[in-house]
Design a binder for this molecule. Structure first.
Ligand code: DON
Length: 587
């Protein structure tokens, strides 16, 4: 019996059990307790299901899955596979991510982050003189970590899905086989990025035809998805797809079949913190995002007297938030990495007295000297102060899903930069990530997002690179309140923080909170505030910040937030006007 058959069998049992319970039949009729444990019968607690996703195709896929009786987990898996087809700049099979879940009133977290292959080594991106070789961790096969998305989806569906695995893959297979109409934004991104891969990868051969208004078909990708549907998620790691990945990277002695066989997504304890009467459920290491988010929220709370009457996004507001961000990024650079390789002091970093002490270091009047802001728990190492240019080529995608039974999925996944490494696995039709760039290639040298790291995030075989992804769920008295997240590299958790603050501290309607200005500071470059064209920092606001001592730097965008807010028993999905997302209520 193949894996999927086992799965289908147990799911068939589950629906028998569910129906039996709904009809109040004696349970002895349907089998054992283990089967029952996986067959929760839930009564609707919300008026509808709802989604906020990155494109219209994944919205349609989710709607189809809900119409077939699927739950939030089924919809989330269908969205992931669909975006791998219709949103190739970030949706993926060849990358990884994090999923925060709330299922039947309990929080869960799945880490399906990429891992460094066994061939990786600490100094692999340095030249003979010990200097980082520019672009080596960004373009080409050696930029890619061992992908985690398929195992993540496989595991989460196996544990909580209601529909069959084949059902949730069906929309993606159809989009790959029959094609989808390319949206203008996708053509623009393709055109902007293609030059990075010219003469270096096979990108153009696969994606050069992405033109607005045309139908884009991907027959190799359709076959890959069909294989995954037929044989289960492990096909990607042990079957024909694994062979194709290994063959693709054989010339550069990189990802092997053994690396793929070894890969497993990991269930971890999410970070959970109380804030303003809410439980914030968010991403633990190897993300820095959850710790960063809690530090930001709690330090701001500690400084409430300083924030009192300070208008949102005024010079003083931006200054105070930047002061907090300085401390958060000093800790991030020093203490955060893969918890499987480095003991991350999670509890200390979000400890209330520690954060009160850190908040008290904030200078309310002027920017603290960057060199004086050190990691707060000791063991300080020197950090080179370097200047980086604004990040113009980065992509990831987030989606938020809520079902009418009160389950929720907050998922952020990525191939890192737009179209990842630019390498397509020949015969399989999907892009490999460039997540290796999220490691610290050398202490103190900034990566694509301008963030630095230390030993905690040094490259080691099998290790997961440090992330900023922050898929987050807020509950209140055990009930769903908010599902939120965004792409944006190191801007992710500062963006999630700003949206949460706008919603709950400033009581903004959700559509205004998501559209509001977002700015970013990250300790390095010194006293630099990044702004975005969508809601620029300009005129008097810019002048006042410059007078305070800040440098202003333009960045392409500051996230693509997708959220579902729950008002009473009614979900309100909202998509970020910055990109091509779709928010939909599904009854
Ligand atoms: O894991 C991380 O933090 C990054 N690789 C995410 C990349 C990202 O969000 C790019 N999107 N703009």
């Amino acid at each position: 019996m193949r894996l999927d058959d086992t799965c289908r069998w147990s799911r068939a049992m589950l629906s028998i059990v569910a129906n039996a319970v709904a009809l109040s039949l004696p349970l002895s009729f349907v089998g054992n307790e283990a089967a029952f444990a996986r067959a929760p019968v839930q009564t609707p607690v919300l008026t509808a299901s709802a989604i906020a996703v990155a494109d219209k195709y994944s919205a349609d896929a989710a709607q189809q899955i809900f119409n077939e009786g699927g739950n939030a987990i089924d919809a989330a898996v269908a969205i992931a596979f669909t975006l791998a087809v219709t949103y190739p700049e970030a949706g993926n099979l060849g990358g990884g991510g994090f999923m925060t879940l709330y299922v039947e009133g309990k929080p869960y977290f799945v880490d399906y982050r990429e891992r460094a292959p066994a061939a990786a080594s600490r100094t692999m991106y340095l030249d003979g003189k010990g200097k980082v070789v520019s672009g080596m961790s960004l373009v080409g096969e050696k930029a890619a970590g061992v992908p985690g998305t398929v195992d993540g989806m496989w595991q989460v569906h196996h544990r909580f899905g209601r529909l069959t695995w084949k059902q949730v893959l069906t929309p993606a297979i159809q989009y790959a086989r029959q094609g989808f109409e390319v949206e203008p934004q996708l053509q623009q991104v393709r055109e902007a990025e293609e030059k990075h891969y010219e003469g270096k990868t096979n990108f153009s051969r696969y994606f050069g035809a992405l033109k607005a208004g045309t139908t884009f078909k991907q027959s190799e990708l359709a076959q890959t998805l069909q294989r995954i549907a037929d044989h289960g998620g492990r096909e990607f790691y042990t079957g024909r797809i694994a062979e194709l990945i290994a063959a693709q990277t054989r010339g550069s002695k990189w990802i092997t079949r053994h690396d793929l066989q070894q890969y497993r997504a990991v269930w971890r304890q999410p970070i959970i913190a109380n804030w303003h009467g809410y439980q914030v459920i968010t991403a633990p290491p190897p993300s820095s995002g959850g710790i960063g988010l809690i530090q930001l929220l709690k330090m701001k709370e500690n400084l409430r007297s300083r924030f009192a009457d300070v208008p949102l996004n005024s010079p003083q507001y931006i200054h105070l938030v930047a002061e907090i961000e300085k401390r958060v990024f000093a800790d991030r650079a020093q203490y955060l990495g893969d918890p499987d390789y480095y003991k991350v002091p999670v509890a200390q970093l979000i400890d209330e007295p520690y954060l009160a002490k850190r908040a008290a270091e904030v200078n309310p009047k002027a920017p603290s000297d960057t060199r004086s802001v050190q990691p707060g728990l000791g063991m300080v190492t020197a950090q080179r102060v370097s200047r980086v240019t604004a990040n113009e080529r980065a992509e990831t995608t987030h989606y938020s899903v809520v079902d009418k039974w009160g389950n929720a999925v907050s998922n952020t996944y990525t191939i890192n930069g737009y179209f990842g490494s630019g390498v397509v696995v020949e015969g399989a039709g999907f892009l490999l990530n460039n997540e290796m760039d999220d490691f610290s290639s050398k202490p103190g040298v900034p990566n694509l997002y301008g963030v630095v790291g230390s030993d905690a995030n040094a490259i080691e075989p099998g290790k997961r690179p440090l992330s900023s992804m922050t898929p987050t769920i807020l509950t209140r008295n055990g009930k769903l309140a908010l599902v939120v997240g965004t792409p944006g590299g190191s801007r992710i958790f500062t963006s999630v923080f700003q949206v949460i603050t706008d919603l709950y501290d400033f009581k903004m309607p959700a559509n205004e909170a998501i559209a509001a200005m977002r700015f970013h500071h990250q300790l390095l470059p010194p006293n630099t505030i990044f702004w975005e064209p969508y809601r620029p920092i300009e005129g008097e606001l810019a002048q006042q910040l410059q007078t305070l001592g800040y440098t202003l730097e333009r960045q392409a965008f500051n996230g693509d937030v997708q959220l579902v807010k729950i008002n009473g028993d009614t979900p309100e999905p909202v998509t970020d006007p910055r990109k091509r997302g779709v928010a939909r209520v599904i009854r």
